[in-house]
Design a protein around this ligand. Structure first.
Ligand code: SF4
Length: 509
């Protein structure tokens, strides 16, 4: 009988969450580097390069890979011969580990959990509760697998009940393009096939905890139907041409993970959950000898990515920008932004809309006229940082506010000039962008620490009570962005993947 002490479990969870906040797994870095080397789409290559540079900076600086430090999901496999020395149940021990990890003084992580999904959605401020799956297994150890899953990728989870003879491949290939780029590809797709509806979802999530190893399968060849399916999906999903950040390119996924389980003769449940550029998971075992701490990786594990030549990139002064200038930008153009921008995301937009609808005035200092907004919820700063990691959030969630934000003040709108975020825009936003001759620029999701280095000053302008969702004013210097939608409403997220899909098809003829 092994005795597992409460403190050992809590300390191990805390340490693992800090570790995964700044260290990508080596298998992920290697696979991403492979994708970088073979990428032929310049925009996608630059995006992967930024993710790799960001990854190394985070490992060196011990700061989060992404501003979204995730919802914690834990799989705890408890040996039948284990006895706990604890006043707390497993959920409470996990939550205590989460609480401590997210409040770490040297590397505070962003608290993103709201207590009630319907209603006021109040932030619990310590990122608890975690989602905990417990399984009793043979043996005398406790195995823990934990992940910090970003909202952008979790939001793209899919589930379907297929008929037994339907094609899983067809469903995946039909579904992946509908997921857009909000899941920050390149990453992995985790599939859970079989069982029941809830079993399939849990298997899909757990499959993402396995290492990136499709190259081994590609070398040895498929021996089972599931292995055959992995290889087929790996090739066909990449043939869609979606590419890094949805810009069009050769690599959309670096692996396909699948877990399966027996199911009812009438059913074929299939769950699919993507994992993003911020792949964060840790595995440890407690055997009663004390807490488990993972060894730090060697910085030599990270490849040297050449810094992009910025001499040819247009430098833009946002403090003195004209309508004529933004109309000269084309989809896919790289820009370096300097000057002042305002921030805002879901809660701030909702609050602005509520104020507008009630006929009241916005708080003093909130004036979007002629300005750019950056959709971001930064991590709190430490030491000499102006702001913590501050990468873009998924812009599609703000689509429904775009007409209000872009309309002229004389028409009751905010008079906003342009927007900065990540992923594609939906049709309503594209229509508003074209109507108001606005633009939408994208920064790379998953390169949050790198992006934060371009932010030289930060101050809260309004809605301080919203924490990371408050409206800030950032002063940026050479912030790298790509023109994702031009003033005519043309979107790189439509043209890029379409072009690369054809190029890939032609290269295979
Ligand atoms: S990489 Fe993208 S999807 Fe993943 S946590 Fe960061 S912003 Fe969210």
């Amino acid at each position: 009988m092994t005795i597992i002490k409460q403190q050992d479990f809590i300390d191990s969870v805390e340490a693992a969450l800090q570790y995964i906040s700044y260290y990508h797994p080596k298998d992920f870095i290697d696979a991403l580097h492979g994708a970088y080397l073979k990428e032929q789409s310049q925009a996608a290559k630059e995006a992967i390069g930024q993710i790799l540079i960001n990854s190394k900076m985070c490992a060196e600086g011990k700061r989060p890979i992404c501003q979204d430090t995730g919802i914690v999901t834990v799989f705890v496999k408890i040996g039948m011969d284990v006895q706990w020395q604890s006043d707390l149940v497993v959920q409470d021990m996990v939550d205590e580990g989460v609480r401590r990890a997210y409040a770490n003084q040297d590397n505070p992580l962003r608290a993103s959990i709201v207590s009630n999904p319907i209603g006021p959605r109040v932030n619990t401020k310590d990122n608890t509760p975690a989602v905990v799956h417990i399984e009793m297994v043979a043996g005398d150890k406790v195995e823990v697998i934990l992940a910090a899953k970003g909202g952008g990728s979790e939001n793209k989870a899919k589930f379907v009940m297929l008929n037994p003879n339907d094609s899983v491949v067809d469903w995946v290939l039909k579904t992946v393009p509908t997921m857009g780029a909000g899941w920050c590809p390149p990453g992995m797709l985790g599939l859970g096939i079989g069982g029941t509806a809830e079993k399939a979802m849990v298997m899909a999530k757990e499959s993402l905890m396995d290492p990136v190893n499709i190259h081994e399968l590609q070398e040895k060849g498929a021996q089972t139907p599931i292995e055959k399916l992995r290889l087929e999906l790996m090739e066909k999903v990449n043939d869609l041409g979606i590419g890094a950040q949805g810009l069009g390119g050769l690599t959309t996924v670096i692996d396909i993970k699948i877990k399966d389980s027996p199911t009812h003769a009438a059913s074929l449940p299939v769950a699919m959950i993507p994992n993003c550029a911020a792949t964060r998971h840790a595995h440890f075992t407690l055997d009663g000898t004390g807490p488990s701490y993972m060894d730090p990786p060697s910085l030599a594990d990270w490849p040297e990515i050449p810094q992009a030549d910025t001499s040819q990139i247009k430098r833009i002064n946002l403090d003195n920008i004209s309508q004529q200038e933004i109309e000269s930008w084309n989809p896919g153009d790289s820009l370096l932004l300097s000057g002042k921008i305002l921030t805002g995301r879901d809660a701030a937009h909702k609050k602005i809309k509520d104020i507008v609808d009630s006929g009241k005035s916005l708080p003093e200092g909130v004036d979007f006229e002629g300005r750019f907004i950056y959709y971001v919820g930064p991590v709190d700063p430490v030491r000499d940082e102006v702001v913590g990691p501050a990468g873009p959030t998924t812009s599609t969630r703000m689509d429904k506010y775009s007409e209000m934000m872009l309309s002229d003040k004389s028409d009751g709108g905010m008079g906003l000039m342009g927007m900065i975020g990540k992923s594609e825009r939906g049709d309503i936003a594209l229509k508003s962008i074209a109507k108001h001759k606005s633009v939408y620029l994208m920064a790379v999701g998953g390169a949050a620490y790198l992006v934060s280095k371009a932010i030289k000053e930060s101050r809260v302008v309004a809605f301080e009570e919203l924490g990371m969702e408050a409206i800030y004013e950032f002063t940026v210097e050479d912030m790298p962005v790509t023109v994702a939608v031009d003033t005519l409403g043309e979107s790189v997220h439509k043209t890029g993947p379409a072009i690369w899909k054809v190029k890939i098809q032609e290269s295979k003829k």
